[in-house]
Each structure stands twice: as C-alpha cells, then as structure tokens.
Design a protein around this ligand. Structure first.
Ligand code: HMH
Length: 185
C-alpha cells in the first residue's frame, strides 16, 4: 500500500485550513461546487457498478447510490444556505476524475469496486483530519465523518482487493490530491 500517497490524499492544507477556520469562503465554495459535480459523476459510476455487481454486493451498492442521491439534495440545501450557485463549469481536476470514473466502467468489477472503496475511504480519512472544525464549517465536517459513513466505508472495504489493484488505488489517490489542490489554486 503506498502510504505516502494515502497521507498526501488525506492530510492537506485545505483540510487543515477548514479545521483551523482560516479557509476563505471563496476557496471553500469553489471546492463545494466542484464536489457537487463530482458526486453527480460518482452516482453515474456507482449506478453502473450496481448494474454489474455480483448478487452479494448489491445491498451495499444500492445503499450507497441512495446515499449519493441524498447527498446531492444536501449539497443543494447547503448552497442555498451559503448563497452560492452550484451551477459551475467543471475544472480540470473534476474533469480528470470524471475520465477516471469512465475508464473504470470498462475495467473488471473487482478493480472498479476497489477504486470506489478508495474514493470513499480517502474522503472519510481526509475529513476526519479536519475534525474538530471551527464554526461555521463544523457542520460540514460532522456530516462527512459520521459513524454511518465510516460503517459504509468498512462494508466497501470487505468487497475491495487493494493488493491486486494498486494501479487503480494510486490513480484515485493522485486525483484526490489534485482535487484538494484545486480549491487552493
Ligand atoms: C473528491 N472524493 C471527492 N469527493 C467526494 N464526495 C468523495 C470522494 C466521496 O463521495
């Protein structure tokens, strides 16, 4: 397991700044708009993955799809609260991630479910590193570090085989670093 890449993808100046309360509204809102686009792309990927999942994996994946639909509703509510328009153009890091998800559609199921586990685990660990966060972003960090979400990541972990799919693991981790970088660029 490439530990240094995991660290780079889960400990980031963006997350430190959210925790410390020094992040600017502009940087956070930019990131939030791009993440809403990412979640929409992830739902497309995950729905396709569900369609080809073996019978025992269906329950975890369908629960994850439902959670992503709820997450999109939640993003819209947060955008209204913050007075921002989510209707942004995707930036290069978001487009690169979209392309990876599309490539994974053509890879074997075992590779794609492993990538999904990395996508969710890195997000949980990243936001955990931002906790406890200063107001007013504390609610966001709590939302992304709930025991329910940790349980989901555990369940995905039972379906993943990272030792056999290092290339996909590394590809996700690199795009996660780029995604956090984008917010501060
Ligand atoms: C960039 N990675 C990124 N955004 C997310 N919402 C997740 C992972 C997990 O859903």
């Amino acid at each position: 397991m490439p530990d240094d890449l995991w660290t780079a993808a889960t400990r980031h100046p963006f997350l430190d700044a959210v925790r410390d309360g020094t992040i600017t509204d502009a940087a956070f809102d930019k990131w939030l708009c791009q993440d809403a686009l990412f979640v929409a792309d992830l739902l497309i990927f995950q729905a396709r993955l569900l369609a080809r999942a073996p019978r025992p994996d269906q329950q975890v994946l369908v629960g994850g799809c439902a959670a992503l639909v709820a997450e999109l509703d939640w993003f819209e509510e947060q955008a209204v609260r913050r007075g921002i328009d989510l209707d942004a153009e995707p930036l290069p890091a978001t487009l690169a991630y979209r392309e990876l998800l599309q490539r994974l559609d053509d890879e074997p199921y075992a590779a794609a479910i492993t990538a999904l586990w990395v996508i969710e685990r890195v997000y949980l660990l990243g936001w955990t590193s931002a906790a406890p966060a200063a107001a007013p972003l504390d609610g966001f960090v709590e939302h992304w570090t709930t025991p329910d979400f940790a349980g989901y990541v555990e369940e995905l972990g039972a379906l993943a085989s990272p030792g056999e799919h290092e290339e996909q693991v590394n590809a996700v981790l690199k795009l996660e670093v780029a995604f956090w970088d984008m917010a501060l660029a």
